[in-house]
Design a protein around this ligand. Structure first.
Ligand SMILES: [Zn+2]
Length: 460
């Protein structure tokens, strides 16, 4: 990692371009080796700025007369990465999709900060195994090691600044990236230390451990889509929710341990702490999805949660999406009739899931032609289940796959064609049945839902 950064530093020096006259236009172009899509999309936050087609040499370019300065990201499906752009920039990128992040190199005027952010991202990935070991150290030693990793990066940033390669708000974004990356490890520490459960280490953390917390920013919109910052916020909220609950919510000396209670803490923390509107909306959305999708709480608890959510986040920009998720989940609780989603058989007949599930016990599982390993594994699993539990009918629902590919895959897999169906409306399918995670299955008996959140690898 340090070698990479050193290389970056030399590279940047060699590409030095001081003294050139700046125009307000911005140019961003590049070459994609082994493209996985026909185009590149440039985004600011979650808004598309522009998109560009790759030409016959797999090159693309964006050109703007002017562009607000700041952090952007570009997407070449399924990958994305940052690029920082400001007036006068002429940034080139080259990457190979076989090794997306590791192969990525920026060059040209204004590219130093983008290279720096990328190197920081790669450094973090390299350092994670090391830090996983540090979690077992005493708090003061942990702090020392993590701060030392952080200070290396700050020194490099300072050098780039002294050389005039990065300046102004670029320095701020670079600095925030470094700081929040390493603060995140500190937020995780009390939960990752091996003695946590036994020794009450939380009480023993030295006073200065969370010293950085009085420097945190909660209202800076420019940081909203900066990944290290967003990750930090998620971990910070998790930590505060746990600690404040631990301190304040003891009922008869016992700590309350349920997911509804804990997630309500998170909603209230976001409400009281975060002032940047988009960040706030995004964090609320994260907590809502995390709770509704992963906890599989009772109908009543889900309702309590969503009511609380509406109370706190009335004009959330993701409200429609979150309500759809909530309603979808409410509709597939036990003893509800399976939603009337239409699918087609291999003979081309259109049927509803209700018709397919009408007699006896049925297990619906889901697969897509784009994930072959998942399909192979699930095919093997279905063969085993069909032998072990013949009282169920195992119905495969295919999605996001062309019809010829779907038929070809069924043919090659040896699956029973009569139990295979295809949806050509993924949106309706997933809004109705909440296809998450990929190994989920829906169990019904005589059209009534028994468990819509089972797992094909679990025993049932
Ligand atoms: Zn509590």
């Amino acid at each position: 990692m340090d070698k990479n950064l050193l290389y970056l530093f030399l590279f940047v020096l060699a590409g030095c371009s001081k003294g050139e006259k700046k125009s307000p236009s911005v140019f961003f172009a590049g070459e994609i080796v082994n493209p996985t899509s026909s185009h590149i999309v440039l985004l600011k936050g979650d808004k598309v700025v522009d998109s560009a087609l790759l030409n016959e040499h797999n090159r693309f370019s964006f050109s703007f007369d002017s562009l607000p300065q700041g952090l952007y990201h570009f997407n070449h499906t399924p990958e994305y990465q940052y690029v920082y752009l400001q007036e006068g920039d002429s940034v080139m990128v080259r990457l190979n999709t076989m090794d997306f992040d590791e192969s990525l190199v920026f060059s040209g005027r204004g590219s130093a900060i983008s290279n720096f952010l990328l190197e920081l991202f790669l450094a973090r990935e390299d350092e994670i195994p090391l830090i996983n070991n540090y979690y077992n150290l005493e708090a003061s030693e942990f702090l020392k090691r993590v701060d030392s990793l952080k200070n290396n990066k700050v020194a490099l940033l300072n050098e780039l600044q002294n050389e005039g390669e990065i300046m102004g708000s670029q320095v701020k974004i670079g600095k925030a990236s470094i700081e929040y990356t390493y603060y995140t490890f500190k937020e995780k520490y009390p939960f990752r230390h091996k003695n946590l459960a036994h020794s009450g280490i939380m009480e023993k953390l030295p006073k200065e451990f969370y010293g950085y917390r009085n420097k945190l920013e909660f209202g800076n919109e420019e940081l909203t889509y900066l990944r290290p910052y967003y990750n930090f916020m998620l971990n910070h909220i998790q930590n505060l929710a746990y600690m404040s609950c631990n301190d304040e919510c003891k009922v008869k000396g016992q700590v309350v341990r349920n997911q509804l209670h804990f997630n309500k803490h998170k909603l209230h923390l976001i409400d009281s702490m975060i002032t940047a509107k988009t960040l706030k909306d995004n964090l609320y959305r994260y907590v809502a999805f995390d709770y509704l999708l992963k906890v599989h709480d009772t109908e009543e608890n889900n309702r309590t949660f969503i009511d609380e959510f509406h109370k706190l986040s009335k004009n959330n920009k993701h409200l429609n999406e979150i309500d759809k998720l909530y309603n979808g989940i409410a509709n597939i609780q036990p003893n509800h009739v399976i939603p009337d989603v239409l699918v087609t058989s291999t003979d081309g007949d259109t049927l509803s899931l209700k018709e397919i599930a009408k007699d006896g016990k049925t297990v619906f599982y889901f697969w897509s032609g784009s994930d072959r390993r998942h399909f192979e594994n699930i095919t093997k699993r279905i063969a085993i289940l069909t032998k072990q539990k013949p009282e169920y009918k195992y119905v495969g629902i295919n999605m996001r796959t062309s019809e010829p590919l779907w038929k070809g895959l069924i043919e090659a897999s040896g699956l029973n064609k009569e139990l295979q169906f295809r949806s050509n409306d993924f949106k309706t399918l997933t809004e109705s049945l909440i296809i998450y995670p990929p190994n989920k299955c829906v169990i019904t008996e005589d059209t009534l839902i028994v468990d819509a959140f089972s797992n094909i690898y679990a025993s049932f």
